[in-house]
Design a protein around this ligand. Structure first.
Ligand code: ZN
Length: 192
């Protein structure tokens, strides 16, 4: 499949080649193209296979820094959908505890972290805490909690080691161990 690339597309591609995780807003301000147009063009190029996934363009994903950010919405979760438009956000969890949302982000450098926090503030998502991720082992389907105080959705204890996740229709739930995860499934999901 091929589409004609115009000058605008080329400009966007050149920026993405250097900084694949840059936000649409930033591209817009660098090129003088409106934010919706940038989004539209990127989407079109993704659909047509011109942009094949950002990690491919950047090269080695291991160069990226990963952070977990705990935050809270000022206005409930009205702006939740805006998070999905921020490219550096990898995953989003709805939680209870100090904040109401945890996002995982992958960025190139600390400067981008500053830009992200600024962007989050604008959509009224207040950052409570930031944790650099040391290891992210997706093979065991768990993430390392570090110093985070997340409560197990089943036994209510603070999770101190690996976090076991479960995606539910009401958002992701976190557990201290697989037994609690199984228990939760048996009590709340299988029975209904
Ligand atoms: Zn538990």
């Amino acid at each position: 499949m091929s589409i004609k690339l115009d000058e605008i597309d080329i400009k966007i591609l050149n920026i993405l080649k250097g900084k694949a995780r840059i936000s649409n807003r930033k591209i817009a301000s660098m090129t003088g193209i409106s934010v919706p147009t940038v989004g539209e063009r990127i989407k079109r190029m993704e659909i047509n296979g011109i942009i094949k996934g950002y990690t491919v363009i950047v090269g080695d994903e291991s160069d990226l820094l990963e952070f977990l950010i705990i935050g809270k919405w000022i206005d409930g979760r009205k702006n939740g959908v805006k998070l999905e438009k921020i490219k550096v956000i990898d995953e989003k969890y709805t939680v209870t505890g100090k904040g109401d949302t945890i996002i995982s982000v992958k960025i190139n450098n600390k400067e981008e972290l500053g830009d992200l926090i600024e962007e989050l503030n604008k959509i009224k998502f207040i950052v409570i805490d930031i944790y650099p991720v040391i290891s992210h082992n997706t093979n065991v389907k768990s993430i390392t909690a570090g110093r985070m105080s997340i409560k197990c959705s089943y036994c209510d204890n603070n999770i101190t080691g690996n976090v076991f996740k479960l995606k539910t229709v009401n958002g992701t739930r976190f557990f201290c161990c697989n037994t609690c995860r199984e228990g939760y499934i048996a009590r709340y999901i299988e029975k209904k």
